[in-house]
Ligand binder design. Structure first.
Ligand code: GLU
Length: 420
């Protein structure tokens, strides 16, 4: 596969899969299976708007691979969540779950709507209708959805309720639920916490210094970006810039993240946070900081801006924020990139903990969840490094090592089942 900037998101993910496949000399059947998807469902989602008129949205559920366990992955409400994007995200889930070694496969769902323009009533209708339309292919041992961009714990409550109307109360049908409905302590902040845990592994490895001496820019202040910022600030790091769709803010001395969160709750945006200067989303990426955390959309670091990136470490809180062309250019310049399938795997890791707790009808304490999450991500980080070092002759990037290790695990499971 040729490396170009014109790749679609699914082609870009598959580019890294193909690199791993050729390093491992995978059979053609394995390449065909894993560069495609097992099942793709496209459904109409009609819903009545508050003004009385009907809208028809399109929704998808893509199941990429289930060799290692039930399909697992979030549901995204976003205008860009088309079939190619959802395929890309579904395949990333297969590699992510294998990398952190949770017993799941990979899937993803999407509805092409702008969640920011929907009222709660409209969102509930979209969700219940979409849940009905995909209900025949999901299940607590088949495919377990979770939140993603544009969805949250409330969305999961509606899905659980809707699914339960058909088959009876089923807590394990979704993860990322609110705690009173069987959610896990620590799930809401898990992706952000995982970003900080893997960032700290890289900071130690690179010898970048003590938290107080390090500056961080976070693109995106949604669930993942804000929790990553909150937890990093708690550990002493200086968050000097962040942003949302309305614009960005910068403060050389760092923000008080709690105050910033309060400001966002009040005003709906990070913009105009007292004591900060405005900055554009594009300029934020090019700031002279130690660590850059893209925590918004995919493909924000491309061949056009990668030369201007000054951070020494990039931690991919978002899914595929760096295009493959930019990835290799940054790698050549010695920038360490903690890849998405490792950096943002904290969410699905605690989703797994939630599913385990639901299956056993018990609840773990928050400290217990956080400790297990930290151990799991630290181990995955170490395993990627060990894999890279033990294949030194193949000259792999950290991302390529992460993909190769995941591919090896998925192929092993598929072979044991007799698919390959
Ligand atoms: N949507 C999250 C992700 O991309 C979480 C998925 C899950 O918990 O199943 O990793």
């Amino acid at each position: 596969m040729e490396l170009t900037e014109q790749m679609t998101p699914f082609e870009a993910v598959n580019y890294f899969f193909q690199r791993a496949a050729s390093n491992q000399e995978l059979a053609d059947s394995a390449i065909a299976m894993l560069s495609g998807t097992f099942r793709e469902l496209r459904v109409q989602v009609p819903y009545r708007c508050d003004d009385g008129h009907m809208e028809i949205a399109y929704g998808y559920r893509v199941q990429h691979n289930a060799a290692r366990g039930p399909y697992k992955g979030g549901i995204r409400y976003h205008p860009d969540a088309d079939i190619d994007e959802v395929r890309a995200l579904a395949s990333l889930m297969t590699w992510k779950t294998a990398l952190v070694d949770v017993p799941f496969g990979g899937a993803k769902g999407g509805v092409q709507v702008d969640a920011t323009q929907l009222s709660e009533r409209e969102k509930e209708q979209v969700t219940r209708r979409y849940a009905d339309q995909i209900s025949h292919i999901i299940g607590p041992t088949r495919d377990i959805p979770a939140p993603d961009m544009g969805t949250n714990a409330q969305t999961m409550s509606w899905i659980m309720d809707q699914y339960g109307r058909k088959v009876g109360h089923t807590t394990q049908i979704v993860t990322g639920k609110p705690v009173p409905l069987g959610g896990s302590f620590g799930r809401e902040e898990a992706t952000g916490r995982g970003v900080v845990v893997t960032m700290e592994e890289a900071v130690r490895e690179l010898g970048l210094g003590e938290p107080e001496d390090l500056t961080i820019a976070i693109q995106g202040f949604g669930n993942v970006g804000s929790w990553a910022g909150h937890i990093a600030a708690e550990r002493g790091y200086r968050i000097v810039a962040t942003s949302d769709v309305n614009g960005g803010i910068y403060a050389a001395d760092g923000f008080k993240v709690d105050d910033l969160t309060a400001h966002v709750h009040e005003s709906g945006s990070v913009v105009d946070f007292p004591g900060s200067e405005p900055i554009s989303n594009e300029d934020l990426l090019e700031l002279d900081v130690d660590v850059l955390i893209p925590a918004a959309l995919g493909e924000v670091i491309t061949h056009e801006n990668c030369e201007a990136i000054r951070a020494k470490l990039i931690v991919e809180a978002a899914n595929h924020p760096v295009t493959p062309v930019a990835d290799y250019a940054l790698e050549d310049r010695g920038v360490l990139i903690v890849p998405d399938i490792l950096a943002n795997a904290g969410g699905v890791t605690v989703s797994y903990f939630e599913w385990v707790q639901n299956n056993q009808e018990i609840r773990w304490e928050l400290d217990d969840v956080n400790r297990r999450l930290e151990l799991k991500l630290q181990r995955a980080y170490r395993e990627c490094r060990d894999f890279q070092q033990s294949h030194a002759s193949e000259d792999m990037s950290f991302r390529e090592a992460a993909f190769s290790l995941s591919v090896e695990r998925v192929v092993e499971a598929a072979t044991l089942r007799g698919y390959l």
